[in-house]
Design a protein around this ligand. Structure first.
Ligand code: TRP
Length: 339
């Protein structure tokens, strides 16, 4: 009972951190880490990033930039176990063990894999697996290992990751059933309200859709990005709908209820899209300026970021080592001389 709930989440280190990462993952994770009844494990899923990106310098830079971003947003490495996935070799060992228990049929049903197959179907490719790597296919197993390696209770993720947590639960249950109760069955924590931000084109903000608003950008490019947000063709003076409006949705996730009501009123009164964008831009500029100046400081000190992550990985290894030893024993991988 007295054991703290363990919260774990990761962020794939591809591309630069964007507003969707901030509101969907980084800020909620940092907030949760301040709760004394929980202990937080936050990590850079740098090996996950290879699935989408094979450019070494991009891989390296993104990892650094995202680490700096989390620190700039207020992550306290003394309170949180903050580490790089790649610094914990036990995760990859566990990935193999889990893949030997994961039904291929389960992974065939993963959304990302199915979408890639569907895309091949659409373009009339003879080979439905064309261009699909084993990395993409196995992605959910690596993610299961990330989570189970630390016996996480709660995994805050975006709606799009829900299926991966369900698969993790499946795989863990199968393992426990076969080898004995070793893994905690994790729960997904999905923040529907604020979690998923729409991007410039109204689809989910995502690096893969190239529709993101960057967080740590110059004022000019922040304005440019906001001005690019797609709207409908309603004229100034015509009442506008807040429901499916990208500008409104983004504004909402960075504002208090009074500000939200005020903007909703302006929509009713027929605010021009240009003005709505200007309001959103100002809001973001104000909210992000503190993070931006911290970020600038942090990226100037690479050694400090490295040191922070190395310390984090030491803490993480204190948990992963005894657990992987238990797992090895459970599956029958152990020395011949001793029990
Ligand atoms: N797949 C997650 C994403 O793209 C990132 C991730 C990797 C993750 N491993 C994880 C999230 C483990 C939570 C737990 O958003």
């Amino acid at each position: 009972m007295s054991k703290k709930q363990r919260i774990l989440t990761g962020i794939t280190t591809s591309g630069i951190p964007h507003l969707g990462n901030l509101s969907g993952a980084i800020l909620p994770a940092i907030n949760a880490s301040n709760d004394e009844h929980t202990s937080s494990f936050l990590f850079l899923a740098d090996y996950h990033s290879l699935i989408k990106n094979l450019d070494p310098s991009l891989t390296h830079d993104s990892s650094f930039e995202i680490a700096a971003c989390w620190l700039a947003c207020g992550l306290n490495p003394e309170k949180v176990t903050f580490y790089r996935q790649s610094d914990i070799p036990h995760i990859f060992e566990l990935t193999w063990i889990l893949s030997c228990l994961s039904a291929k049929g389960l992974l065939n049903r993963a959304h990302a894999y199915k979408a890639a197959v569907a895309e091949n179907e659409t373009v009339g490719s003879k080979d439905l697996d064309k261009g699909i790597t084993m990395g993409l296919f196995n992605y959910p197993v690596l993610m299961a290992a990330d989570i189970l390696m630390f016996n996480a209770n709660i995994v805050p993720v975006g709606q799009d990751q829900k299926q991966h947590i369900e698969m993790t639960r499946d795989i863990a249950t199968r393992f426990n059933h076969h080898y004995g109760d070793i893994f905690t069955i994790p729960e997904a924590l999905i923040d529907d309200e604020k979690g998923v931000l729409p991007g410039l084109d109204g689809q989910k903000m995502s690096k893969s859709y190239k529709n993101v608003i960057p967080v740590f950008t110059e004022t000019d490019s922040l304005r440019k990005a906001v001005m690019k947000i797609k709207t409908n063709s309603k004229e100034p003076g015509e009442p506008k709908d807040t429901e499916n409006c990208t500008i409104f949705k983004i504004y909402k996730s960075f504002s208090n209820s009074e500000e939200i009501n005020q903007l909703a009123l302006k929509y009713k009164e027929g605010i021009a899209w240009g003005e709505a964008k200007e309001i959103l831009f100002q809001k973001l500029e104000d909210n992000l300026s503190g993070y931006k100046s911290e970020y600038t400081k942090i990226i100037g000190d690479r050694a400090h970021v490295e040191e922070t992550l190395v310390l984090g990985s030491k803490k993480a290894l204190e948990v992963s080592l005894p657990l992987i030893e238990q797992v090895r024993k459970a599956v029958g991988i152990k020395g011949f001389a001793k029990l």
